[in-house]
Write a protein that binds this ligand. Structure first.
Ligand code: ACO
Length: 320
């Protein structure tokens, strides 16, 4: 017994920031950002809080699935950090929904949504859950250094959610981690303990873009091949390959190596930038709501991110 996807939901912040907007205070241009990344604009939290977005995304997924909050057996939230360091963001969403089930967070960087699917799979396999809500909620613009043109242009904010029930849609799944924190990290806030020797590092994102790029392309290719084979399928059987949206050139390079045409690789990055683990469920919601899954059979998901973590899976398709 694995799970079936019963419904999807998503929500982006109202405020849209274009590349030209960034060029008013950074030494950058629409041409550079578009050519190197495929990103044209991103949605940024302004007056809203992350919990506002997460609640809407979760309610949209519940409505789409026909499941009520009191039926949920588990709420998992994938996030780098919610509105609080503690409690877990899943508990904050739980209160907004009026649910009473256990709730906790998963932090696996941009691979977090796939990690959360893997955790949920374990609950279904052990008979511990019949209905699970997963929310991926990310406010990356809180952690970017807005004076660093090489990173801040890449990110945006957003939330995606899915409701899972008992079933057999999950055909294969794998997660990995390499214990790499040098290439991509966000140092913690330092607190004000009088005994701690502070190192003065700001709590903003540091990234070696080129090594992340290489890791991303090779891990996507390896993981997609592995999960497709484990599902008893070939790459030709996949109707869609939904990738973490970090850079359009990463998606193109991986698709080229796998000989998968870009019309089978849905992309929202031009509109959203990189929203960490929220990207994959938001793409899934858009595919679902546009009816593209109705006549499809199989979909593969693949993410990669800080850690270096990766996650990939193959799902049976239908209108969720
Ligand atoms: N505008 C103008 N020029 C810029 C900008 C900018 N926004 N950013 C960098 N440059 C300049 C650099 O200073 C450099 O100038 P120089 O040649 O004079 O030194 C030049 O552009 C080239 O810089 P590179 O870093 O070599 O550019 P590259 O083509 O590698 O693109 C990028 C950089 C977009 C970051 C790319 O490496 C990338 O996408 N890497 C992967 C990033 C990623 O996937 N991150 C997220 C993964 S995990 C997560 O989602 C949290």
């Amino acid at each position: 017994m694995s799970f079936t996807v019963l419904g999807t939901g998503s929500k982006l912040p109202d405020t849209v920031v274009t590349n030209d907007d960034l060029a008013t205070f950074l030494d950058t241009s629409d041409e550079w950002i578009t050519t190197r990344t495929g990103i044209h604009r991103r949605h940024v939290l302004k007056q809203e809080k992350l919990i506002d977005l997460a609640t809407v995304a979760a309610k949209n997924a519940l409505k789409n699935s026909g499941v009520t909050a009191d039926e949920l057996d588990l709420i998992l939230c994938s996030t780098i950090q919610g509105d609080y360091v503690s409690p877990a963001f899943a508990c904050v969403v739980q209160k907004e929904l009026g649910a009473t089930c256990p709730a906790f967070d998963v932090n696996a960087g941009c691979s977090g949504f796939i990690y959360a699917l893997d955790v949920a799979d374990g609950y279904f396999a052990r008979g511990r859950a019949k209905k699970v809500l997963i929310i991926a909620a990310e406010a990356m613009t809180r952690f970017t250094n807005w004076q660093d043109r090489s990173t801040c242009v890449l990110f945006g904010d957003g939330c995606g959610a899915v409701v899972l029930g008992e079933g057999d849609d999950l055909l294969s799944i794998k997660i990995t981690a390499e214990g790499n924190f040098e290439a991509l990290n966000i140092p913690h806030t330092q607190g004000n303990c009088p005994y701690t020797e502070l190192d003065g590092k700001e709590s903003v994102l540091h990234m070696d873009g080129q090594s992340v790029f290489k890791f991303a392309v090779s891990s996507i290719c390896r993981d997609i091949k592995d999960v497709t084979q484990a599902a008893g399928l070939t790459l030709d059987d996949l109707d869609y390959m939904v990738l973490h949206q970090a850079n359009y050139r990463i998606m193109e390079s991986a698709a080229r190596r796998l000989k998968i045409s870009m019309d089978r690789v849905p992309s929202i990055i031009h509109e959203t930038g990189n929203m960490s683990s929220a990207c994959i469920p938001i793409v899934l919601d858009q595919l679902n709501r546009s009816g593209k899954l109705v006549n499809s059979r199989y979909i593969a998901l693949a993410g990669f991110g800080s850690g270096f973590t990766t996650g990939a899976c193959v799902l049976r398709c239908h209108k969720f």
